[in-house]
Write a protein that binds this ligand. Structure first.
Ligand code: PLP
Length: 444
């Protein structure tokens, strides 16, 4: 056999070779079609092969693709930062451009710490996150993540940052039932702050809707309003990790709009360029920048490709495509249709415990017993079996397994926002067949 050179996610697995993509479909070099039911890694929000984006890409490439941020700024970079500020809740943000969601959250952490340092408050350097959370794979981002499976191997290298309760109403970690819970999960943050001392805490980070660490977990009403109030009362910055939820995915440009909350910092990635080129950003509110502007006037971070004009031009083109084709409202309306179809499908399948999410960020959680919500034994690999079966049948869905203390099975369904109802029906049909087959194989 020919030796391989690319280190792929699973080294003994065969990955088909991609040939091209069009709309919500991807085609491999054997001509097999796949419905992109999860926009890759919840990224390709506007679908594949959109000519407007390719045109914008070429136009910029014909001018200049790369300049170093310590030497030049660029028109696309300046325009993109202004556009993001106009779109973000409160409209008063600076942008620090990076290349991945992990860099965006880690930069947010660094800026939050610097914000306090500039005011002489050097002890404020911990970031609180939630038990079920994923904020990225670099060591700093992983230190702020509760994702058991992704942390496990590196625990000795990670900062021992505190974690608080997850607003996971389907399995409330505090044993409560919404809406009679008084938002005890949000108050868990206040309790942790009291225990640790706010003089040691720079920020609290949370995904508006939890993605990979649980599968489209939507918080109860009032949760983020309470969280923001607790952060303000204790002089702690609030970082919204909108890497997965940001840019139209949930039926709002930023998911935080659903809660009417203006975060101090926002991490963006994925949907910002819809996969056409790597770019991500940390958005920073004016008031967070203030002490830095008065103080050292420079943020101690950055990457070679930060703010490269090529990626900025692509991201601008993606944002204008989203506006031109009204994909924010499409995410809401088509998301409702998809949710309805998934719920209808779930009615006939005993192993589905929960169907949840918002807009076009939806998930299904699988259980061995609907009444007790007991998960399947993790060794059964229910999530990966369903994903593999769907893949064979030409449908891509995304894993969110390991949600319940490293156990539990869930998949994310998050197709491009341009998907039609007909394509949704096709997606749900393949998904149903895949789930039914796998469940029949594993249940006696
Ligand atoms: N934050 C969230 C909420 C994510 O879902 C992800 C990736 O899935 C990241 C951060 C990390 O982004 P990246 O994989 O681009 O580094």
């Amino acid at each position: 056999m020919k030796r391989e050179h690319v280190i792929k996610p699973v080294l003994n697995h065969h990955y088909p070779t991609i040939a091209y993509g069009k709309g919500v479909f991807l085609y491999d070099d054997q001509g097999k079609a796949y419905i992109d039911g999860c926009s890759g890694a919840v990224t390709a929000g506007i679908g594949h092969g959109v000519p407007d984006i390719v045109d914008a890409m070429l136009e910029q490439a014909n001018k200049v693709s790369f300049v170093y941020r310590s030497q030049f700024t660029s028109e696309p970079g300046e325009k993109l930062a202004e556009k993001l500020s106009d779109l973000a809740p409160g409209n008063d943000y600076w942008s620090f451009f990076v290349n991945s969601g992990s860099e965006a959250t880690e930069t947010a952490m660094k800026i939050a710490i610097q914000h306090w340092q500039e005011q002489g408050r050097h002890g404020k350097n911990k970031v609180i996150s939630r038990r079920m959370s994923y904020h990225g794979i670099t060591l700093g981002a992983l230190s702020m993540s509760g994702h058991v499976l992704r942390r496990r191997r590196f625990i000795p290298l990670l900062e021992d940052f505190p974690v608080v309760a997850t607003p996971y109403c389907y399995r409330c970690p505090l044993g409560k039932t919404s809406p009679n819970c008084q938002l005890a999960c949000a108050d868990d943050l206040a309790t942790a702050i009291k225990r640790i001392g706010s003089e040691h805490i720079a920020a609290f980070i949370a995904e508006p809707i939890i993605g990979a660490a649980g599968g489209a977990i939507v918080p109860p009403n009032g949760y983020f309003q309470r969280i923001k109030a607790i952060c303000e009362q204790n002089e702690i910055l609030f970082i919204a990790d909108e890497v997965m939820t940001g840019i139209a995915r949930t039926g709002a440009m930023f998911a935080m709009e659903h809660y009417g909350v203006e975060p101090d910092l926002i991490a963006l990635g994925k949907g910002m360029s819809a996969g056409y080129t790597p770019i991500a950003a940390t958005l920073v509110k004016d008031r967070v920048m203030e002490p830095i502007l008065k103080g050292s006037k420079s943020i101690m971070s950055g990457h070679t490709y930060s703010a490269n004009p090529q990626s900025a031009a692509v991201s601008l083109a993606v944002l204008s495509y989203i506006e031109k084709h009204q994909l924010v409202s499409a995410a809401e309306s088509k998301g409702q249709y998809l949710m309805g179809q998934l719920q209808q499908m779930a009615d006939g399948i005993l192993s589905i415990g929960d169907v949840r999410g918002q807009g076009m960020l939806l998930a299904i959680e699988f259980v061995a017993d609907q009444t007790t919500k007991r998960p399947f034994p993790f060794g059964l690999g229910v999530t990966s079996r369903i994903i593999e079966r769907a893949f064979q049948k030409g449908l891509l869905v995304y894993p969110a397994a390991g949600a319940v203390d490293g156990e539990g099975d869930a998949i994310i369904i998050a197709p491009p926002l341009v998907i039609t109802e007909e394509e949704i029906d096709q997606l749900v049909g393949i998904l149903e067949a895949s789930i039914q087959e796998v469940i029949a194989e594993i249940t006696p």
